[in-house]
Design a protein around this ligand. Structure first.
Ligand code: ADP
Ligand code: MG
Length: 266
């Protein structure tokens, strides 16, 4: 890292008492430039601090996944800047981007993206093999992550032998095995029933309360309400950005507990 970058970084980091994690300015993404252009991101300005729990909400086609790909360094914008920890990501080559992803970000997708012929534990350890983590440490990290998502009893199950919610929990274990500070989840509950949805949201809340930055992408208002801050995107532009009262999720938890009691009383 050059000294100018270090300087940039220290200047960018403080915003009030919060440390700025993500700083995006006038980001644009044009697919198929020239013919059949799609302006998937159309001038996005966005600042996210460390330890925030943010939902990005919008209808299908509004640009959510495109934005997630940019945030996660999976793709680069057509124009605009993206500073992560104050460091300009657009200057990085593929190897540097992949280092940033491995170190900083845990990804969770709607379709789980598990490998069907591998067990839960093997699915969690596979990316650790690619990252050069030794066998013993891989297994320890995988067991710990699977325990955290409540799947210690399903270590040797393959995806087809698990429910959707369990499969998503394996995917979360895979994402958090090396304790990345940022969790990026793109419609993580899109394929799940309401009980599994609650479980997954609970896990995301826990990850947030442990000090991680959680960015949750969804088209569903009720799910977005679980976050502390809701950013609405439409036609590739941010159209609102609101912080909300934590009471919303408290209410939800209380209702859930009440539901459990009702069940017990039946
Ligand atoms: P969302 O996740 O909110 O549904 P996307 O970010 O996937 O939205 O897509 C935003 C817009 O960009 C849509 O109009 C979509 O059709 C278009 N788009 C997404 N990916 C590509 C691509 N690889 N090539 C061309 N157009 C794309
Ligand atoms: Mg999408």
């Amino acid at each position: 890292m050059g000294s100018d970058k270090v300087l940039e970084r220290s200047e960018a980091l403080e915003k009030g008492s919060e440390k700025v994690l993500i700083q995006i300015e006038d980001m644009r993404k044009i697919y198929n430039p020239g013919e059949n252009e799609v302006h998937a991101l159309d001038g996005v300005d966005l600042t996210i601090c460390e330890r925030e729990f943010v939902a990005i909400i919008g209808h299908s086609g509004s640009g959510k996944s495109t934005l997630m790909n940019m945030l996660g360094c999976l793709d680069v914008p057509t124009t605009g800047t993206y500073l992560l920890h104050g460091i300009d990501v657009s200057d990085m080559d593929d190897d540097e981007l992949s280092d940033v992803r491995n170190r900083e970000i845990g990804f969770i997708f709607q379709g789980f993206n598990l490998i069907q012929n591998l067990t839960a534990v093997e699915n969690v350890t596979l990316p650790l093999i690619y990252r050069g983590v030794g066998k013993k440490e891989r297994e320890e990290l995988a067991l710990r992550a699977l325990e955290k998502v409540g799947l210690s009893h399903r270590l040797d199950h393959k995806p087809a032998q698990m429910s959707g919610g369990q499969q998503q929990r394996v995917a979360i274990a895979r994402a958090i095995a090396q304790a990345p500070p940022i969790i990026l989840a793109d419609e993580p509950t899109g394929n799940l029933d309401s009980n599994s949805t609650m479980e997954i949201l609970q896990i995301l809340r826990e990850l947030h309360s442990e000090g991680r930055t959680v960015i949750l992408i969804t088209h569903d208002n009720e799910i977005a309400e679980q976050a502390d801050r809701v950013i609405k995107i439409r036609d590739g532009k941010i159209v609102s950005d609101t912080r909300q009262d934590r009471m919303v999720s408290h209410d939800l938890e209380i209702n859930q507990e009440k539901g459990m009691e009702d069940e017990k009383n039946e």
